[in-house]
Design a protein around this ligand. Sequence first.
Ligand SMILES: *[C@@H]1O[C@H](CO)[C@@H](O)[C@H](O)[C@H]1NC(C)=O
Ligand SMILES: *[C@@H]1O[C@H](CO)[C@@H](O)[C@H](O)[C@H]1NC(C)=O
Ligand SMILES: *[C@@H]1O[C@H](CO)[C@@H](O)[C@H](O)[C@H]1NC(C)=O
Ligand SMILES: *[C@@H]1O[C@H](CO)[C@@H](O)[C@H](O)[C@H]1NC(C)=O
Ligand SMILES: *[C@@H]1O[C@H](CO)[C@@H](O)[C@H](O)[C@H]1NC(C)=O
Ligand SMILES: *[C@@H]1O[C@H](CO)[C@@H](O)[C@H](O)[C@H]1NC(C)=O
Length: 477
Amino acid sequence: MKIAFLLSLHFTLLVSIHCYGGNGYDPLETALNAQRAKRSVTGHATTKAEYSYSPVYVGQQHGLKDADKISAFPGQPSGTDFDQYSGYVTVEPNHGRALFYYFAESPANSSTNPLVLWLNGGPGCSSFGNGAMMELGPFRVNPDFTTLSHNKYAWNNIANVLFLESPAGVGFSYSNTSSDYKTGDEQTAKDSYTFLVNWLERFPEYKTRDFYITGESYAGHYVPQLAQLILRNNKFTNQTVINLKGIALGNALVDEETENTGMYDYFWTHAIISDEIHKGIVSNCNFSEAGTITEACLDYQLQAIAARSNIYSYDIYAPLCSPFSNSTPSISGFDPCTENYILLYLNTPEVQQSLHAKPLIWESCNKNMPKNWTDMPFTVLPVIQELMGSGISVWIYSGDTDGRVPVTTSRYSINKLQTSVKTPWYPWMYEGEVGGYVVGYENLTFVTIRGAGHFVPSYQPARGLALFSSFLEGKLP
Ligand SMILES: *[C@@H]1O[C@H](CO)[C@@H](O)[C@H](O)[C@H]1NC(C)=O
Ligand SMILES: *[C@@H]1O[C@H](CO)[C@@H](O)[C@H](O)[C@H]1NC(C)=O
Ligand SMILES: *[C@@H]1O[C@H](CO)[C@@H](O)[C@H](O)[C@H]1NC(C)=O
Ligand SMILES: *[C@@H]1O[C@H](CO)[C@@H](O)[C@H](O)[C@H]1NC(C)=O
Ligand SMILES: *[C@@H]1O[C@H](CO)[C@@H](O)[C@H](O)[C@H]1NC(C)=O
Ligand SMILES: *[C@@H]1O[C@H](CO)[C@@H](O)[C@H](O)[C@H]1NC(C)=O
């Protein structure tokens, strides 16, 4: 019975559902294309209106923490020595809008370790399914998609890690008002903030704890925007003060111009496109906010995408997940079919029950979301600049085999920030080998992770944890 159910689920889901970056679906590309199309019609993004404070909704949280405690996941390995919780926090009671979280405490020192929020991007991709189950969480789903194994390099070894599915419509997060699914950056930041204020009421022992926000990809928008909102609202003393200490952005989209220039330069320097196509892009494309995309530029971009062919752009040297070929092992040893195991596991009713989740068809990414996205500033560099001057620590890191938001893009973005080098570029070591490279700027640290694609903790778990540990210690690796 169970097997039959899983097999039919296996078939339906794998055929119909698009995973994050897999099966040819690229949420970031979809979102950027949709925004570009809108901009050419509606003109360019306007400057942000002056910030005005409004108090957030705070619901009754008494007793909800105990109800959220996970006794065990189905198929969980023995020897699990930390507490874990998951459930919903209502952020808009009138609309019935609630965000889903998963929280993994540290096995040791959880009462003193910092609190870290992790956000995946998309927009529309799940922080629980991708962040926790595929990247940095305590468990990985086995190929039998019914059992789990321990991730030795989980980030909750050194921090209490909170995974938030954001905005509503992503993963297990939902709203009873369907128009809420048409959303954007601003609403996402507001809801995430309301979530945090309420979550801290539910887990009051974390109220004064050192707090960090980390995330990847399109979370290059979410993380700085949420950090900015927290710092602004912290000034209103009748509101919860959140003890924000720093942010870390991984392979993050922070500026559309450098996203394009950096990506095509990466394709050329990594032998993915020809000299002619690269030259055509350089001489015909003006990717700046004020620039217009010409026919010639579009044509060269299409040629570049065609020339790239069906490599996995999120980790350019990785094998594809294919039932038709014997996958060669990737540089990192990461199983390229992991997304499928997660999809099947998280759509098992017993698993959803153990998580206290609303029964639904869970998807790695909501593919309606990028096209419906209402506001997406061309650049968040001014927000990052504001944070750099605020005294919190700001880290940008990059897995150097990502072709989606590549290391060139991050370097060009940092050039635009015009900060000066304090500690010159050097290799950082991990277990006797180069883990990557690092450069310390005024108020900003940039770290690369050697041999990692877009999802750094998936591809280089040990180096990823070493980087995270340095970030929390506030010391260059
Ligand atoms: C959404 O509606 C369902 C059914 O009425 C209700 O049980 C649930 O509490 C609502 N969600 C929120 C967040 O209010
Ligand atoms: C817990 O904290 C103590 C005291 O700071 C430290 O010596 C120990 O290594 C920590 N344990 C772990 C597993 O981090
Ligand atoms: C908090 O203070 C601000 C002004 O400083 C005020 O506008 C707001 O209504 C206050 N909120 C509450 C919940 O008292
Ligand atoms: C791109 O276009 C903008 C607006 O027309 C212009 O100011 C800028 O100089 C152009 N950049 C390049 C490299 O030509
Ligand atoms: C926007 O979202 C709605 C559902 O909320 C969906 O039906 C529609 O197809 C989406 N639009 C696009 C362009 O994806
Ligand atoms: C770094 O932060 C200080 C204040 O903490 C600020 O005065 C300075 O302008 C900042 N520099 C950069 C490049 O952000």
